[in-house]
Design a protein around this ligand. Sequence first.
Ligand SMILES: Nc1ncnc2c1ncn2[C@@H]1O[C@H](COP(=O)(O)OP(=O)(O)O)[C@@H](O)[C@H]1O
Ligand SMILES: [Mg+2]
Length: 355
Amino acid sequence: MTGSATPATPATPPGREARVPLLELRDLRVTFPVAGGVARAVDGLDLLVEAGETVGLVGESGCGKSVTALAILRLVGPDGHIAHGSSVRLEGRDLLALPGKEMRAVRGNHVALVFQEPLSALNPVLRIGAQIAEAVRAHESVTRATARWRAIEMLTMVGLPEAERRARQYPHQLSGGMRQRVMIAMALVCRPKLLIADEPTTALDVTIQAEILELLAELQRKLGMAVLLITHNLGLVAETTQRVAVMYGGQIVEEAATEALFARAAHPYTEGLLAAVPRLDEPRERLRVIPGQVPPATSWPAGCRFHPRCPYAWERCRTEAPPLLEAAPGHRARCWLVEEPARRTRADAPPGEKP
Ligand SMILES: Nc1ncnc2c1ncn2[C@@H]1O[C@H](COP(=O)(O)OP(=O)(O)O)[C@@H](O)[C@H]1O
Ligand SMILES: [Mg+2]
């Protein structure tokens, strides 16, 4: 929220019912005990996903994206601890308070997850059609024949040629791109309201990546589910998402409509990510990475967590942690530059260039 005297927008637009968001994360905190301390992998994360919406969750490796995805499904493992006070709500329902049995019904049925390694998620000794049919029968009481029919229908929908024949094949008989299509079919066969896709194309080559993203967009339009698209590559979310949340140091550092974010990034971290997106007009992929590295989750820097890597950082950034500030309506950034825009002058610029 901004400190200025902007009138608060009413929670409910006139003439509309108050809606609960599909997914609402509030102050999500996930820790892991590690040698030499506690990794605060996700550290006070707020995120909303509305029904039918596609949201990008973007940040470098180590920022906490996957742990966020796993925490939504309560799959942070025996070591991971979701801190008291964290809130994960699906259509208003508090997932962190659900009994295990109900949580298992949520997984796959209401919220599905696909990730980078389809091979590790598929059973190597089961034919793919049978695996998908099994996913149906885990959540719905249908006959074997119906489940099998649903599997083939879904394989067709994800663009697997000759779906009936392919359904009898084993995972190793398919290419990487085809396996990812099978994973998506398995994830969507129970028609979840939310699909979480965690780096779904990272292991694939560039042309196949584009095909899978196009497929996800097409399925989203056909089936109407919401998608949380997680990636380290800001370029991937440009065309398929409505909103983008940028993550750094276990927190959201910028959030905006996709167009607004690409037109005018408010956070220097987002600026850095944008500069690192490979551009087609450059003959060779020039590596313009953000200098420095994501710090370990055991020791986030004091003040703004990005300040050691930020070209604009000044004293305030080293000591005071900025909250999410409103840069424009619907556009928030965890950066003091929102309050002090005149400071947008690089500390590394030669003295003559400073205003
Ligand atoms: N099981 C775990 N045990 C200890 N630390 C973990 C574990 N899982 C993740 N972390 C730490 O949490 C941070 C965020 O990890 P992750 O969510 O996988 O990042 P991302 O998906 O953005 O690359 C990292 O510093 C990582 O080392
Ligand atoms: Mg990850």
